[in-house]
Design a protein around this ligand. Structure first.
Ligand SMILES: Nc1ncnc2c1ncn2[C@@H]1O[C@H](COP(=O)(O)OP(=O)(O)O)[C@@H](O)[C@H]1O
Ligand SMILES: [Mg+2]
Length: 228
């Protein structure tokens, strides 16, 4: 069982949306997923309620429960536990980060988002967690996306699929679906499937240490400097 936490302080970056869509894509790819929701906003529980009996299973938990819940889940047969968090400055987000094999940090290509992940990154480094940035809600073509990608890649691992801002994400959420269910042949679905394939490889290779990321950062950093 591997645990993936979706973390960043900034609300609206796409933690819950990516958590939902990657969980659905992972199940479509044959994995079993349990989502732990630590955000009282309950975006995912509300979404799950409108799905009826369809997976993935969703449980709302408090920060203090996470160790017990993770121990119980280790005896269950889930391939993945996805943990959705409210933000890194909360006890819940830190507990989730501690429990995670991989931290995913969604970031929109906006100055506010690019500033907001700094405390998250500090916590990730302090806990020596493997992590990756995911560029989300990117406009289809913009210098901002290139600048943000270059900047994020220089700081650490950046997923090689940028998730573009698309209506499918909002429409699917409202209908209790993932984008791969809502519009299986759409571009949002294609991006999410490719992103899941990338994350799946990443989490299987995650050692819990940052050595690989630091090595990668060195090479990506060089690329960044060269491109600048
Ligand atoms: N790639 C995307 N394209 C379009 N809308 C998106 C995308 N990602 C997220 N959203 C929308 O942005 C809003 C905030 O996303 P959410 O996942 O709730 O952020 P967070 O959990 O980080 O606060 C939601 O209304 C969601 O539907
Ligand atoms: Mg959320």
């Amino acid at each position: 069982m591997k645990a993936i936490a979706f973390v960043t302080q900034k609300g609206g970056s796409g933690k819950s949306t990516l958590c939902i869509n990657l969980a659905v894509a992972a199940e479509e790819a044959g994995a079993s997923v349990c989502i732990l929701e630590m955000d009282r906003q309950a975006t995912i529980s509300d979404w799950a309620e409108s799905r009826g009996d369809k997976g993935p299973e969703v449980a709302q938990i408090e920060a203090a429960q996470i160790d017990d819940v993770m121990n119980q889940l280790r005896n269950a047969s889930y391939d993945y536990v996805f943990i959705d968090t409210p933000g890194v400055d909360s006890a819940g987000a830190l507990a989730a980060l501690r429990a995670a094999d991989l931290a995913l940090i969604p970031c929109r290509p906006t100055p506010a988002d690019l500033r907001a992940f700094k405390p998250t990154l500090a916590a990730v480094y302090r806990l020596d967690k493997s992590f990756a940035f995911i560029l989300n809600q990117a406009p289809p073509r913009s210098y901002r996306v290139r600048d943000a990608s270059d900047g994020l890649a220089a700081l650490g691992m950046l997923a090689d699929v940028a998730v573009i801002s698309r209506n499918d994400h909002q429409d699917a959420l409202g209908m209790g679906q993932g984008v791969t269910e809502f519009n299986p042949s759409g571009q949002a679905a294609d991006e999410i499937r490719r992103l899941w394939a990338w994350v799946d490889r990443r989490v299987k290779g995650a050692s819990g240490k940052n050595a690989d990321f630091i090595a990668n950062r060195a090479t990506q950093g060089k690329k960044y400097v060269k491109a600048a």
